[in-house]
Write a protein that binds this ligand. Structure first.
Ligand code: FAD
Ligand code: NAG
Ligand code: NAG
Ligand code: NAG
Ligand code: NAG
Ligand code: NAG
Ligand code: NAG
Ligand code: NAG
Ligand code: NAG
Length: 550
């Protein structure tokens, strides 16, 4: 039973909602008044909630999904280890899309890919953990959010959730065929081998063993590295299976939230008199809550009303550019047949327990099952128009002697789109964020052309597969799933003139007294690599600023 395991996490803090999921009665504490209501139990929401609990605030964390670990109520354990779910096991992360958990966890009402489960995207992602380089903040963020301002927050995060390039407890690396082949290839090109954790600023013509969000041989992230620290705290409440529909407002003041509970009923949950609400529902879902609450472009608020939500009277609408400027990394797939000797793990045999060699080694904290999907990550940059753009290549085997390079265009890209709502209440792209500028298209083409030239040089013996020329690789473009900038942080108040920002430097929504956003939505710019570490650094920095406002 979920509720049995929950006792372990909850102790005297209360965890509500999961019991209802298991068919029992929930004890809704709808009318206790909270200092902070945090909407969304993804990485940002959990970090924010835990730090507020440490500061002795009375905190309610609301999560629409359920717990993915045994400690948070999951019961879908591996046949050979009743303390682990398939989600926990690093060795299964490469095949995560084929697991039944994927269908259960992935959101069905957003414009791209996000997860509606405790832990958010970090519960289902490929665990690539890129410590951000200083320049990501120095170039893309306003004063007050430069690297010098956030580096202490990064240190707090890394103390709890450091990431690793060497997860196996015996200090060995396993299944290194792909790494051997590609490191040979890149070193011949003159690229440099780096440790992407200790040398985060090295992002040009470099390659590294992958850094993964793994700790103690299991998937890490705030569900494991922050949430357990709330154990025994009576000022913390986690309520799962509870979807926030809209904010309850009295003019510029938020007084509570309206939620749809596990049985589909609507409830109001109220804030204490000087309480605050923090939205951490993710870059693709936080905008829906804002639109539903009369905050955003009026055209979107009108659609929210059409979708059946009770929006505030028009006189209370706050006209802010929510959703405008949404960004993501585009991915290009470069699939190469090489001459090395490597292949895929047999995921079925890991799930069904017949791969006893790897499973026995895992029981000792070692082996290939402690590793994630990729075997190498590389970084480079180019400049075709006076704008420097960065690229990340995440290299994983996808067949015998076949590597798929998931090549992201990252920091420096200039495209953005518009996120809106439809009448079903789904968030949608009114304008795509991908390759909207001539500069981005030219830079992507140049990057791919150079990769193709190097990979298909006769000296390599390699062959492109599936996408066999530059235009086919460009056409393989897919979402990077690192969405940002739907409620931008900045000093140019979006209510006025050409202002583009939705939240101020303290992450408070312009035009409100006590509403904050802490998640990917507020990032004004994209990082150089996969985003989750940056998301967590920003949450640590943001919650400190919010507390300092009191
Ligand atoms: C498939 C996939 C693979 C990825 N791979 C990587 C990777 O390898 N490395 C990397 O760095 N990044 C990766 N990412 C990106 C990374 O996981 C996300 O950027 C990150 O999780 C975003 O964090 P967040 O806190 O902003 O929001 P989210 O993680 O989206 O969390 C939002 C939370 O809010 C909850 N929620 C939403 N709406 C409501 C509501 N109305 N009421 C209550 N709760 C609500 C959701 O259930 C969720 O728990 C991947 C993402 C996906 C989807
Ligand atoms: C496992 O949890 C699900 C809900 O997620 C529940 O329906 C099922 O009955 C549980 N199974 C057991 C064996 O407890
Ligand atoms: C959901 O809300 C409805 C209406 O307020 C209430 O009757 C019901 O008991 C609640 N269900 C749960 C599981 O909290
Ligand atoms: C929640 O509060 C709003 C505003 O006061 C009210 O209109 C609505 O009926 C309330 N909903 C519930 C379920 O009590
Ligand atoms: C692959 O080919 C390169 C270039 O011909 C060669 O240097 C390398 O040794 C080969 N590797 C294997 C594993 O055969
Ligand atoms: C387990 O999976 C392996 C690999 O697919 C398969 O050969 C084997 O028959 C399966 N065994 C069981 C007991 O399902
Ligand atoms: C099961 O998982 C736990 C937690 O990671 C680990 O300590 C234990 O060694 C594992 N047992 C086996 C048999 O893999
Ligand atoms: C590139 O590859 C695609 C798909 O294989 C093919 O249709 C197209 O003709 C090729 N273009 C060039 C310029 O070779
Ligand atoms: C807003 O932008 C327009 C068009 O770019 C410009 O003409 C105008 O001066 C700007 N207004 C303000 C207040 O910056």
């Amino acid at each position: 039973m979920r509720s049995f395991f929950l006792a372990g996490l909850a102790a005297s803090s209360s965890v509500i909602g999961a019991a209802a999921h298991a068919g029992a009665h929930a004890h809704a504490s709808s009318n206790s008044a909270y200092d902070y209501i945090i909407v969304g139990g993804g990485p940002s929401g959990i970090i924010t909630a835990e730090r507020l609990v440490e500061a002795n605030k009375k905190v309610l964390l609301l999560e629409r999904g359920y717990g993915p670990t045994v400690a948070t109520g999951a019961n879908d354990t591996l046949s050979w280890n009743n303390t682990l779910t398939p989600i926990d096991l690093p060795g299964l992360s490469a095949d995560i899309g084929a697991l039944p958990e994927w269908e259960e966890y992935i959101c069905t009402d957003v414009a791209g890919y996000a997860a509606c489960v405790l832990g958010g995207g970090v519960t289902v992602n490929y665990m690539v953990f890129v410590h951000p380089p200083d320049r990501d903040f120095n170039e893309g963020w306003p004063q007050g959010w430069k690297w010098d301002d956030v580096s202490a927050a990064a240190d707090r995060l890394y103390a709890r959730n450091p990431g690793t390039i060497l997860p196996s407890s015996d200090g060995k690396r396993y299944d290194q065929g792909l790494y051997t082949v590609l490191s040979n290839f890149f070193s011949k090109l003159g690229w440099k081998s780096v440790d992407m954790i200790t040398q985060p600023n090295e992002k040009d013509q470099v390659y590294s063993y992958p850094a993964w969000n793994i700790k103690n041989q299991v998937r890490a992230g705030p569900v494991r590295t922050y949430l357990p620290l709330t154990k025994g705290k009576s000022n913390f409440n986690l309520r799962m299976g509870t979807k926030v529909i809209r904010l309850l407002r009295s003019g510029s003041e938020v007084t509570g939230v309206e939620v749809e509970n596990a049985s589909g009923g609507l409830e109001n949950i109220t804030l204490a008199d000087s309480g605050r609400v923090i939205l951490s529902a993710g870059a693709l879902s936080t905008p829906r809550i804002l639109f539903n609450s009369g905050i955003g472009p009026s055209s979107q608020i009108e659609i929210a009303e059409e979708s059946g939500v009770t929006v505030p009277p028009k006189s209370e609408w706050i006209n802010l550019p929510v959703g405008v400027g949404v960004k993501d990394h585009p991915i290009f797939s470069i699939i190469v047949k090489t001459n090395g000797t490597y292949g895929l793990l047999d995921y079925d045999a890991i799930v069904n327990g017949t791969d006893t060699a790897d499973i026995d080694l895992y029981g000792k904290g070692s082996g290939v099952l402690t590793e994630g999907k990729h075997r190498m990550i590389f970084f480079t940059k180019n400049d075709v128009d006076g704008q420097v753009r960065y690229y990340q290549g995440s290299c994983a085997p996808t067949g015998t002697d076949e590597v798929t390079i998931t090549a992201y265009m990252t920091h420096g890209l200039t495209s953005s789109g518009v996120l809106g709502l439809n009448v079903d209440g789904d968030t949608v792209f009114d304008k795509s964020p991908y390759l909207q500028t001539a500069g981005d298209r030219a830079a992507a083409t140049a990057f791919i052309q150079e990769m193709v030239n190097d990979l298909t040089d006769p000296s390599t013996g390699y062959k492109l597969e599936t996408y066999t020329n530059v235009s086919a690789i460009l056409g393989s473009q897919s979402p990077g799933m690192h969405y940002t900038t739907t409620a931008k942080l900045g000093t140019d108040d979006g209510r006025y003139g050409n202002g583009t920002s939705v939240v101020d430097l303290n992450t408070k929504v312009y035009g409100t007294d006590n509403l904050f956003v802490v998640d990917g939505s507020i990032h004004p710019d994209l990082p150089t690599g996969n985003i989750q570490a940056t998301i967590m650094v920003v949450a640590e920095a943001a919650v400190a600023r919010i507390l300092a406002l009191e």
